[in-house]
Design a protein. Structure first.
Length: 137
């Protein structure tokens, strides 16, 4: 199911932002030191097969964050929160092709002060203290 969702996003080549996120929640959701994401407009975004399951929790900001994931394999597909409006925050690790990953080089790092000390800042990427709209580091 998730491959069809991702193809829809890439087929339109419609993502607006590529971001690494170093917040604790993204670290836990990805099982890694950070998550790598693309932000895709909600308009035109649709599931073409299957029905993802969702889970909603409160972010540190108090806003709801809803995670959509594959009910069969558990793969995180995308997240939604009022911070990103109608946009979907798609986890880039679900793509099959290396070229898709290469095309999504992050242009911003969120929660940069929470980055692990052994991970360098990504050259050329804006370094933010928190979510989009927060101060730069």
């Amino acid at each position: 199911m998730y491959k069809k969702v991702v193809r829809r996003v890439l087929g339109a080549n419609c993502y607006t932002t590529q971001a690494l996120c170093h917040c604790l929640d993204c670290k836990k959701m990805s099982g890694s030191a950070y998550s790598t994401n693309i932000v895709a407009p909600g308009e035109g975004f649709k599931v073409t097969s299957g029905k993802p399951k969702t889970w909603t929790k409160k972010a540190d900001s108090g806003a709801d964050v809803t995670t959509s994931f594959c009910g069969d394999c558990g793969t995180n597909l995308w997240r939604e929160t009022s911070t990103f409006g109608e946009n979907k925050v798609v986890k880039i690790g679900i793509f099959d092709n290396l070229s898709d990953l290469n095309d999504a080089k992050p242009d911003v790092e969120l929660y940069a002060p929470q980055r692990a000390s052994w991970i360098p800042a990504l050259p050329g990427a804006k370094q933010l203290k928190g979510m989009p709209g927060s101060d730069e580091v």
